[in-house]
Design a protein around this ligand. Structure first.
Ligand code: SF4
Length: 97
């Protein structure tokens, strides 16, 4: 699954989640964020609201990614697009990340 907060994109590889028992991402969102994700009755991670509500309520705290790496299966990744970064890298001879 994939969703956006205001400026960041969150991707979750649900195939990796299938063997996860911690649901550390959900716990982190409850503790540090605004509970935009939850564990559904089917045992999968779901958004609490629709895409618009998620983008509005998300705090971009990044806790879900950290906790998934530490206690989950490394299934969750966050992309933070920065306008002009590719041009900057090119001008300074840096490789894209
Ligand atoms: S902690 Fe990571 S692996 Fe576990 S359910 Fe959440 S996103 Fe999936």
């Amino acid at each position: 699954m994939e969703f956006w907060e205001k400026t960041i994109r969150i991707r979750i590889d649900e195939a990796l989640c299938a063997s996860c028992t911690s649901y550390a991402c959900v716990e982190a969102c409850e503790r540090y964020g605004r509970e935009i994700i939850m564990r559904g009755p089917d045992g999968r991670v779901h958004l609490v609201g629709d895409a618009e509500e998620t983008a509005r309520r998300g705090t971009e705290c990044l806790a879900c990614e950290y906790e998934c790496r530490m206690r989950g299966r490394g299934a969750l990744s966050i992309e933070v697009p920065i306008e002009g970064l590719d041009d900057y890298r090119e001008r300074h001879g840096l490789q894209a990340g």
